[in-house]
Design a protein around this ligand. Structure first.
Ligand SMILES: [Ca+2]
Ligand SMILES: [Ca+2]
Ligand SMILES: [Ca+2]
Length: 213
C-alpha cells in the first residue's frame, strides 16, 4: 500500500507543537543521537542504540566539533562519516557516506509526524540528505554550509500514514563521498490526529525541500 507523505521545511506552528511533545511519545529510539556519549568531539561507531548501519564505514557522532551547536542535546550525526575514526588521520580517497536505519511498528491507518533537523556542515558546500520510508524517498534535501560559522538547523516535517507493519526509516548521505557533510539531529516519529486541519498547516510538496541546485 502506498503511504501518504506531506512535506514541509522550516518553521511551522505544527512543527513547534510536535517538537515540544516529542520526547515522551517519540517512537524513534535515540533520535537525538545522544547515545553513545562521545568522549572527545567526535567518534565512529559500528552501532549505536536504536540505529543500524546499512552502508558506509561507520556511524559518526559529533559533540562540539568546531564549537558548533546541536539542534537538541549535545550531539548530532554526520552522515558523511569517516573511514578510520579519530586518530586515524586523513587517508587518500577517504570515504564516509553512510546510511542508517531504524525499524518502527506502525498502526494501520494511523497518521504520524516524522520530524528531523538537518544542517549543512559549516564551511562545506555539498550536503545532501536522503530519507527513505519503506524504501521510498520521502526527503531529498540539499544545502550549502559555505559561509556558516555554526550549524544552521532546518526542521523538516513529513506526515506519514501507518500500514500496520514494521516500517523502515533510513537516513542517508548523497553528498560527494569525502567524509564531510550532512548533519542530522532530533529525529522523531509521533502519532498525530487525522489531518483534517493539519493539511492546512503543512506546505504541500516534496519539490520545496530542494532548496538549491
Ligand atoms: Ca542531539
Ligand atoms: Ca579519517
Ligand atoms: Ca561529502
Amino acid at each position: 500500500m502506498k503511504s501518504t507523505y506531506i512535506i514541509a521545511v522550516g518553521a511551522l506552528a505544527f512543527a513547534t507543537t510536535a517538537t515540544s511533545t516529542t520526547f515522551d511519545s517519540n517512537l524513534i529510539v535515540n533520535g537525538s543521537f545522544e547515545e553513545h556519549i562521545v568522549s572527545g568531539s567526535w567518534d565512529l561507531y559500528e552501532e549505536i542504540p536504536g540505529w543500524t548501519l546499512e552502508s558506509g564505514p561507520g556511524i559518526e557522532l559529533q559533540r562540539g566539533v568546531g564549537g558548533w551547536d546541536a539542534h537538541h542535546g549535545e550531539q548530532w550525526l554526520e552522515l558523511d562519516a569517516d573511514e578510520n575514526g579519530p586518530g586515524g588521520g586523513r587517508i587518500s580517497g577517504e570515504q564516509g557516506s553512510s546510511v542508517l536505519s531504524q525499524h518502527v511498528q506502525t498502526v494501520m491507518g494511523q497518521y504520524y509526524m516524522l520530524t528531523l533537523s538537518f544542517s549543512p556542515r559549516p564551511g562545506v558546500d555539498d550536503n545532501h540528505l536522503i530519507v527513505k520510508w519503506n524504501h521510498e524517498v520521502i526527503i531529498d534535501h540539499v544545502d550549502s554550509g559555505l559561509g556558516l560559522k555554526n550549524t544552521s538547523w532546518q526542521t523538516i516535517n513529513i506526515l506519514i500514514q501507518g500500514d500496520g507493519g514494521l516500517s523502515k526509516l533510513e537516513l542517508g548521505d548523497m553528498s560527494v563521498n569525502d567524509t564531510l557533510g550532512t548533519f542530522v539531529d532530533g529525529v522523531s516519529l509521533v502519532a498525530v490526529p487525522a489531518p483534517a486541519t493539519l493539511a492546512l498547516l503543512v506546505l504541500p510538496l516534496a519539490a520545496r525541500s530542494r532548496r538549491r541546485r
